[in-house]
Design a protein around this ligand. Structure first.
Ligand code: OGA
Ligand code: MN
Length: 331
């Protein structure tokens, strides 16, 4: 378990403030205008240990955000979510739009299709678990932040600690069953806005399969890979009833208060990196939706580990939004 050794080495260039007993850290000492290879390795070591790292007031802009992210691996892009004419309000397709602004930088109507689709971000999830090739790191940067008193924070949940704490008999069932989780974007969208998406049929939408319990390679620790995109669980002897029961039970367990941190956005330039292979996240409660601008942009690094493709064929296409609903949605 090489990750563990690295973690025990004190950081030379980073200053680390832990945010929770089991995960999350705020990191100082990174000059994002000039990140040395040594610092990059230390950031990766901190990511392996903490799962979520917060960097305040970085100097990053769209260009340097994308450039820095490329040093962490191959980046996903949002072209396939833009079918149907929706354009991009900035230059880089590598930047996923987590904000509430339209192409002309106006606030989207909270009753619009896109706003309904974005409600899914308010449920604890793992980015891109519905893709055949899952995501490793996500790097989310604030461009415009809303007034603090309206909320709009981002919450994280520690799915490694949640695994550690499961009762032994349940761990045994999950390990022996070697269960596969089937994930779908349609499912989380419908969960978050059931009335608006009442005609969406997640059963018929594309699904991708990844094991429910997996080793998190960078740390060597086990992880529960679940979240709001998880539609059902498959395995020998699995019934639809047990699947539904497990999906609910595991998600509920892993998102208890004791496994959570909330990260506030304090100023433009703040960036949070999280590892989708060991934490879940959600957009926290926000009362400013139709009224204030909240502009956050995210790069997503494809997982390059041995289980990146889960149980899916590498020939499988990454599903775009049009795969399950007609009008375009934000990613
Ligand atoms: C994301 C996401 C949460 C937020 O960008 O992947 O889920 O707080 N964002 O906007
Ligand atoms: Mn997300």
């Amino acid at each position: 378990m090489p990750g563990l050794l690295i973690q025990e080495t004190p950081f030379k260039t980073l200053k680390v403030k832990e945010l929770h007993p089991t995960f999350g850290a705020e990191i100082e000492g990174v000059d994002f205008d000039n990140v040395s290879d040594e610092t990059l390795q230390e950031i990766l070591a901190a990511m392996a240990k903490y799962g979520v790292c917060v960097f305040r007031n970085t100097s990053l802009n769209d260009d340097s955000h994308v450039e820095f992210s490329k040093r962490l691996g191959e980046l996903d892009n949002i072209r396939r979510y833009l079918q149907g004419g929706r354009g991009l309000r900035y230059k880089h397709y590598e930047l996923f739009d987590a904000g509430n602004l339209d192409e002309d930088n106006n606030i989207v109507d909270p009753e619009s299709h896109r706003a309904h689709a974005n409600r899914g971000n308010g449920l604890f999830h793992v980015d891109s678990s519905f893709n055949p090739r899952r995501a490793g790191l996500s790097l989310l940067r604030a461009v415009v932040i809303p007034p603090k008193e309206t909320g709009g924070n981002t919450d994280f949940a520690d799915s490694r600690a949640a695994w550690d704490d499961l009762p032994e008999d349940l761990k045994k069932e999950l390990l022996e069953g070697d269960y596969a989780g089937s994930h779908s974007m349609a499912h989380s969208r419908k969960l978050a806005s059931p009335e608006y998406f009442k005609d969406v049929e997640p059963d018929k939408a594309p699904q991708s399969k990844h094991r429910i319990v997996q080793r998190h390679e960078p740390s060597g620790r086990m992880n529960l890979y679940i979240g709001a995109h998880l539609h059902h669980i498959e395995g020998e002897g699995m019934t639809p009833e047990r699947s539904a029961e497990l999906v609910e039970k595991l998600n509920k367990h892993a998102t208890q208060d004791k496994y959570r941190i909330t990260v506030s956005w304090d100023q433009p330039g703040d960036m949070v990196i999280w590892d989708n292979r060991c934490v879940m996240h959600r957009a926290g409660p926000w009362t400013g939706g139709g009224k204030y601008k909240r502009d956050l942009r995210r790069t997503t690094v494809h997982d390059d580990g041995p289980t990146a493709w889960g149980l899916n064929s590498k020939e499988m296409e990454m599903p775009g939004s049009a795969a399950w609903t007609k009008p375009t949605v934000g990613a």
